[in-house]
Design a protein around this ligand. Structure first.
Ligand code: NAD
Ligand code: DAU
Length: 370
């Protein structure tokens, strides 16, 4: 971990020390997790979070419950978990409440962070059912398990997509009304409502984070940035939806991890925290940046049929996270994207592995008709 990263992760601890002071706006005693159930920890953000937290908190234990869908990959954690006694993997489906309750009892879990989800918008447009099952029923199942185990602290990893879309101006705040447009974001909004309801109705100590688009190592190459890097390295066309003018706010996954750690330890139960990267970019500019860093020609860019219901712009006001959690994103997009490209290019075995077999069928089905 770099010095900059270590400073950012240690901020969760240093802000914790200040959290009981009234000037921070945070109420109550900081929470010090001893054993966390991380769900979906074999996916992109979950695996980065586990790696991050094991380094940032030398005493915490983590149980990773993941049912290993196409997006779950234990290789994502191979380097950190081989000889790590503080880490346990359990192949488990979050929809099975009894299994989750048993895991919580067995390991003395004191908090749950729910990363597990069906996470790709385009797949949700092809078929919503798996999204309702995992994102809605699965979240409900985890909430019931948290209650059954004595009201465990519960952090729901949410998304800015629940707010819908923005025009050229404005930012999403935590009080922006939910207005989801895709089956994916509708399922995540439903989950957020359930989480809030369990806080209000049963006093479950719930926290929701809603963050913008993540990028970084170990992201499955169905998402735009790793898909473009993977295609560019093979000199394949880079499929840009519509005219490429849609805007996303890019957040390096390490910055997301420090935000989740801070929210878990010093977030106020019942609160929502928006997390953003302060890095709004048009899709076409991101794609051109990738090609430039990789020394590939712009002629690889291919404009394809737009995503139905494609949200135009996401942008986050993360003032609350700054004021209450002491959190700020540390990674400049130009630095983060270069590091990310270099990571994929130096992990081509990983890319080859995750893009073999059914990935090719997926691409044929998803892109042939565009
Ligand atoms: P991902 O698709 O890479 O990983 C999801 C993980 O969940 C996989 O390991 C998968 O096996 C597991 N999983 C799926 N269904 C499960 C089930 N029923 N039981 C147990 N495990 C299951 O997703 P990601 O990009 O890492 O996203 C993690 C979370 O962050 C999601 O909740 C997503 O909505 C949210 N989020 C992601 C982004 C982003 O840019 N990637 C941005 C905002 C919010
Ligand atoms: O904003 C947070 C969300 O970000 C998360 O909740 C989702 O889990 C995550 O997948 C992501 O959603 P997006 O739909 O914004 O990400 P995706 O990488 O799929 O697409 C980013 C932008 O790039 C979007 O405007 C669509 C466009 N795109 C995407 C793909 C896959 C293309 O132009 N071509 C592509 O091939």
């Amino acid at each position: 971990m770099s010095d900059q990263r270590r400073a950012a992760s240690e901020r969760a601890g240093s802000v914790s020390a200040r959290a009981s002071e009234p000037t921070t706006g945070v109420v109550g005693t900081p929470f010090k997790p001893k054993c966390i159930l991380v769900t979906g920890g074999a996916g992109f953000i979950g695996s980065n979070f586990i790696r991050h937290l094991l380094a940032a908190d030398r005493s915490v234990r983590i149980v990773n419950a993941d049912c290993l869908t196409y997006a779950g990959n234990l290789e994502n954690l191979a380097d950190v978990t081989a000889d790590e006694p503080r880490y346990t993997f359990a192949k488990a489906d979050i929809c099975e409440t009894a299994t989750i309750v048993a895991l919580c009892h067995e390991h003395g879990i004191d908090s749950i962070i729910n990363f597990a989800a069906e996470s790709h918008v385009d797949r949700s447009i092809e078929g919503a059912a798996p999204f309702i099952r995992t994102n809605v029923q699965g979240t409900l199942s985890l909430l019931e398990a948290a209650r059954a185990c004595g009201n465990l602290r519960f952090l729901q990893v949410g998304t800015d997509e629940v707010y819908g879309t923005l025009g050229d101006e404005g930012l999403f705040t935590e009080s922006t009304p939910l207005d989801p447009h895709s089956p994916y974001s509708a399922s995540k909004a439903a989950a957020d409502h359930l989480v809030s309801a369990f806080g209000t109705t049963y006093g479950l100590p719930v926290i929701i984070t809603r963050c913008s688009n993540n990028y970084g190592p170990f992201q499955f190459p169905e998402k735009m940035i790793p898909l473009m890097i993977n295609n560019a390295r093979q000199n394949k066309p880079l499929p840009v939806y519509g005219d490429g003018s849609n805007i996303r706010d890019w957040l390096h996954v390490e910055d997301h991890c420090t935000a989740i750690h801070a929210a878990l330890c010093i977030g106020r139960p019942g609160r929502v925290y928006n997390i953003g990267g302060n890095s709004e970019r048009k899709n076409i500019d991101v794609v051109k940046t990738i090609l430039k860093f990789m020394g590939k020609p712009d002629s690889l860019i291919t404009y394809v049929k737009d995503r139905p219901g494609h949200d135009f712009r996401y942008a986050i006001d993360a003032t609350r996270a700054r004021d209450e959690l002491g959190w700020l994103p540390m990674t400049k997009f130009e630095t983060g994207i270069e590091q990310t490209i270099n990571w994929y290019l130096s992990h081509q075995n990983w890319l080859d592995h995750v893009t073999s077999g059914t990935y090719r069928e997926y691409c044929e089905q998803m892109y042939a008709k565009r």
